[in-house]
Design a protein around this ligand. Structure first.
Ligand code: C5P
Length: 409
């Protein structure tokens, strides 16, 4: 289960305490476990114990400004290999069937595009109730995996099915589900394709505390790496300093400067495809000071030298050149002309051009881009950065199908 990401939703039942052990066991196996607690679950286990055991922030409220700014529920629901609801009360199962989204847990379940596994736990009569049985049948039809419940004495003194399955059994079920998902992936359209993606800014040190950088959140590049990985590609993401979490299923190499980014990109070759979404600083200080420069009577002057152009270097790498090289062009004016000349000058195959004229791109959720290739310009509608990433990943898939073994066009 190494490097697998599990989003564990704990709903409010007496069996919630068993989720603490589940978290511990999943982490022992190398999984990362992020948790959402329903309001009722917080009556049975404290967010603090869940946070301590998972070593991750715990999410409880949909209208928490802090949670939404750190991690919106859509992202929370997408950045997992598997969503597990344990224990799953009769109430949360019913809400899942109806698509009710009245708290963070249920909104996340409605928003997710990841596989879901539930471990029901409730009183035996609640379990046998035709409503619950109808719900379970519907969830199975919807593709949800149901594990349990186990039979035995229940917390309320009754006996029968209703106990949540024990943590070791649930861990095995989760492992089996993840293995099945990996096997299914043989149909993934980009399976076997190797892709290099750069993302984020670079920081060029002036001294140990100051640096030169471009504005870049890394949102677009990270979303592209994640979208390609979801289609089965083997992705190396070379990322400058960003707040973005490492995308699941992607090998992320963290770098600071342009020189480090170039070295990491060269080390990642050979790849079939390379996408350069990083906002690399064009210049660095010729000689960064080893000590903090003191404020004096006059401001220091910086001697700048040009950084290597990573895209152009890789795109002219001779036999090691990836077959499809995609660059980005953020321009404030004459967008398409600039993108076209960049296409030729940097020897790349496609350019994703976006206007940054009104500063409405950096750190924002959406993007308005044009895809410039030798055969023309495609104007894409305003899309979220995730949608831009998915669309680009689909275009790469089409390219693989039609011209993967020929020249890019
Ligand atoms: O020349 P400009 O910076 O506008 O080019 C943008 C494209 O070139 C982006 O794809 C960016 O990632 C890449 N680039 C690079 N190394 C640089 C400068 C830009 O890879 N030093």
């Amino acid at each position: 289960m190494k490097d697998q990401r599990i989003l564990l939703i704990i709903s409010g039942g007496i069996a919630a305490y068993k989720s603490l052990e589940l978290i511990r066991r999943l982490r022992e196996q190398g999984a990362t476990v992020r948790c959402i607690l329903t309001q009722a679950a917080t009556e049975f286990v404290t967010p603090l114990s869940v946070a301590a055991l998972s070593a991750q922030p715990v999410y409880t409220e949909i209208f928490s400004l802090k949670d939404e700014s750190e991690m919106g529920h859509i992202r929370l629901s997408r950045e997992a290999d598997l969503v597990v609801v344990a224990p799953a009360t009769g109430d949360i199962l019913a809400k899942m069937v109806l698509g009710i989204a009245d708290d963070l847990a249920t909104a996340t379940l409605l928003a997710t595009n990841r596989p879901v596994l539930v471990a029901p736990a409730m009183n035996v009569h609640m379990w046998h109730n035709p409503a619950t049985q109808r719900n379970i049948a519907q969830l199975q039809k919807d593709g949800v995996t149901i594990v349990g419940p186990a039979e035995g004495p229940l917390a309320d003194g009754e006996f029968g099915p209703g106990r949540v399955v024990e943590p070791p059994v649930l861990v095995e079920a989760i492992r089996g589900k993840l293995a099945g998902l990996a096997a299914d992936d043989s149909s993934a359209p980009l399976r076997g394709a190797r892709v290099l993606v750069t993302s984020g800014p670079t920081h060029e040190a002036i001294d140990p505390v100051r640096y030169i950088a471009n504005r870049s959140s890394g949102k677009q590049g990270h979303a592209i790496a994640a979208a390609l990985a979801r289609l089965g590609a083997q992705v190396t993401l070379v990322a400058g300093p960003t707040q973005e979490p490492n995308p699941p299923g992607v090998q992320t190499v963290a770098v600071e400067s342009a020189s480090q980014m170039l070295a990491a990109c060269q080390a990642a070759l050979p790849t079939d495809i390379a996408i350069f979404a990083a906002a690399v600083a064009d210049w660095r200080v010729a000689e960064a000071s080893g000590d903090k420069i003191k404020k004096g009577a006059t401001a220091p002057s910086l001697h700048l030298v040009e950084n290597p152009d990573i895209l152009a270097t890789i795109a002219t790498a001779g036999p090691r050149r990836p077959k499809l090289v995609i660059g980005f062009a953020a321009e404030t004016d004459t967008l398409i002309d600039n993108a076209r000349s960049k296409l030729a000058r940097k020897n790349c195959d496609w350019i994703v051009a976006n206007s940054v004229a009104r500063g409405a791109v950096f750190g924002q959720a959406d993007n308005l881009v044009h895809l410039v290739t030798a055969s023309g310009v495609e104007d894409w509608p305003r899309l979220s950065k995730e949608e831009v990433a998915e669309r680009l990943a689909r275009r790469v898939t089409d390219w693989m199908k039609t011209s993967g073994n020929k020249d890019a066009g």
